[in-house]
Design a protein around this ligand. Structure first.
Ligand code: CMP
Length: 137
């Protein structure tokens, strides 16, 4: 059993497809162990994506992530990290396989609907960034 962090990004929240995205997770064996909707501050987004701070897209990434509310969740299940990434599809929606969340709901590599932890180690760090232990049930 693994846990992973999911973010439904501002583009998907603005499109009112939170429920449709969560349904993808629940219909594919993942369980929501924690969830909240929040507006990231610039400091939050810069800290969360600090690993990308030297990449050319960092400024646009932070601008986008603070452009509206997000929904953060802890998803739990067998192979949750890989399963979530499979359901999301490729980072660039133009390359995402048909039927994946990004193929169906994303517009561009920045407005790409969802984020998911890329490893079990990063999942633990990202979950701790957003949730206290008592909020994960
Ligand atoms: P995410 O999984 O949230 O992790 C970092 C984000 O940076 C990524 O999704 C994309 O939305 C965004 N991004 C923008 N340009 C690029 C790029 N060239 N390569 C990877 N990620 C990018």
């Amino acid at each position: 059993m693994e846990q992973t962090l999911s973010i439904i990004k501002p583009d998907a929240v603005a499109k009112n497809v939170i429920g449709k995205i969560i349904d993808r997770f629940e219909s594919n064996g993942l369980r929501v162990a924690a969830m909240k909707k929040l507006q990231l501050s610039r400091a939050d987004a810069e800290a969360f994506y600090a690993v990308h701070k030297d990449r050319p897209f960092f400024g646009e990434l932070v601008d986008f992530m603070v452009s509206g509310p997000v929904v953060v969740s802890v998803l739990e299940g067998e192979n949750a990290v890989a399963k979530n990434r499979e359901l999301m599809g490729a980072t660039d929606p133009k390359e995402a396989a048909p039927g994946t969340i990004r193929a169906d709901f994303a517009e561009s590599i920045d407005a790409n609907a969802v984020h998911g932890s890329d490893s079990l180690e990063n999942a633990a760090i990202e979950i701790a960034f957003f949730f206290a232990k008592r909020e994960i049930v």
